[in-house]
Design a protein around this ligand. Structure first.
Ligand code: LRH
Ligand code: MN
Length: 444
């Protein structure tokens, strides 16, 4: 009999059940109405599925939370810490558990080292008691740590100086060791390496150096691990980034080793980039590793996924489902890492992350409702409007009863944000964590 999960007062199962009891009959009504509508329109019949099957598939979509997204984010112009924000990796895990308990869809956390460095046993123990586990672990050679011998100011895994590359590779290997001890199965590598001026970099040699460094890291990975290589067009480098786009990351992965995969951070694309097309191509090469979900209007804004471009998020999930069908029909499966990477500068991080789980599941549910057979017919018949309207038909379905039912059936909150706000969790943490800071509890 599994040990009951540690409660996070004032967020208790009792509070969730009480809130659900108030809104459950309205949900049942909305769910039944949606089922009748989709049956009348023949949508479920065409897909050969039922609304309950769809709801269980949506409930399986579980996102990994970024440890760094549970505190208040900031920009170079400043950071305005919110009340009761977490001051240690353990307090971040507590808050992550609240997101999971209320949303029913975020049972893993992605750590960033050395930001979250701690004793593996303590991490596993604390997370386990909360019903959490660890997803991909992130290395960091885009900042210098105190006591570090060589600086990453002008590069790390691509640095012309082999000693700097050695130091960066060793850091990644030590992160893998910690990851192995806490149960992670993947290493995420994002490097800020690049140039601020034309002529500063030898493009080809820089790329070859980073691919060889990644190759060394790949060969040291445990056999059941993957290496996730994240690309980014600019920032912190403002003329050229060594791993600037999906093609470069694909090249680096194919050079580094067969368990290297490309990580698609939605914010790491120049305006106008067709991300769903990139996802389709990476999957076709068998090198799609996973996502850092977020949204953006301008640059790498790291705002809440689906808050600016929900249709793009829907189209991305359409390509994921298509790639999954193709992988399954070839006897394989896609094993993607669904992680969030956001910076919450003005929103409560817990609320924003709950909203993100909902937006991702909303996009996924709508994409599951696309009649692919008829879509192929429109594509084969070169009927652009037929194809477009078919996608819009799915996108326009109000799937919120499915999302709420998926939460209810996982004993999560039918209305998670309302429960969080009415719980007073943040105020309670504000009292407790401020007191801790004063008495030196917790890490400032
Ligand atoms: C780089 C990035 C990367 C992380 C960092 C926190 O912009 O997306 O994934 O290491 O944000
Ligand atoms: Mn990222």
């Amino acid at each position: 009999m599994s040990k009951p999960l540690r409660e996070l007062p004032p967020i208790t199962q009792e509070l969730i059940d009480a809130s659900n009891a108030e809104v459950s009959s309205a949900l049942e009504e909305d769910y039944a109405a949606l089922e009748r509508q989709l049956e009348r329109r023949g949508v479920l019949r065409a897909l050969g599925t039922t609304l309950d099957e769809l709801t269980s598939r949506v409930a399986e979509l579980d996102l990994a939370l970024p440890s760094w997204g549970l505190g208040t984010g900031g920009t170079r112009f400043g950071r305005f810490p919110g009340p009761g924000e977490p001051g240690s990796v353990f307090e971040k895990l507590d808050d992550a558990a609240v997101v999971n308990r209320l949303s029913g869809g975020a049972s893993r956390v992605s750590l960033h080292i050395p930001w979250d460095g701690a004793e593996p046993a303590a991490l596993v123990g604390h997370a386990g008691a909360l019903g959490l586990s660890f997803d991909a672990i992130n290395s960091n050679t885009f900042q210098d740590q105190s006591g570090q011998k060589l600086s990453y100011r002008l590069g790390s895994l691509s640095h012309p100086d082999g000693a700097v590359r050695r130091q960066a590779i060793d850091h990644n290997l030590s992160v893998v060791e910690l990851g192995r001890a806490i149960g992670s199965k993947a290493l995420t590598v994002w490097i800020g390496d690049g140039a601020d001026a034309p002529g500063q970099l030898h493009f080809r040699r820089s790329l070859e150096r980073v691919a060889s460094s990644l190759g060394e890291i790949h060969s040291a990975l445990p056999v059941d691990w993957r290496l996730l290589v994240e690309y980014k067009p600019y920032e912190p480098a403002f003329y050229a980034s060594v791993i600037q786009d999906w093609g470069t990351a694909l090249w680096a992965c194919e050079t580094a080793g067969d368990r290297a995969r490309v990580l698609v951070d939605l914010g790491h694309h120049l305006p106008g980039a067709n991300i769903e097309q990139i996802v389709a191509y990476l999957a076709a090469r068998g090198r799609l590793g996973g996502f850092h979900l977020n949204d953006s209007k301008y640059g790498d804004d790291d705002v809440t996924a689906g808050s600016i471009k929900p249709y793009q998020l829907f189209l991305i999930f359409c390509e994921i489902i298509e790639a999954e069908r193709e992988a399954r029909s070839a006897g394989g499966a896609l094993d993607l890492a669904y992680m969030i990477d956001q910076s919450h500068n003005t929103k409560d991080p817990i609320e924003a992350l709950i909203a993100t789980v909902q937006e991702a599941r909303k996009a996924y549910a709508r994409a599951l409702l696309v009649d692919r057979v008829r879509l192929y017919e429109h594509q084969t018949a070169c009927d652009p409007l037929g194809a477009e309207l078919l996608l819009k038909d799915a996108f326009d379905i109000d799937v919120r009863p499915v999302l709420a039912m998926a939460r209810k059936r996982k004993q999560a909150a039918i209305d998670p944000i309302a429960v969080f706000r009415s719980s007073g969790y943040r105020a309670a943490r504000a009292l407790e964590r401020t007191a801790d800071r004063k008495t030196g509890g917790g890490i400032v």
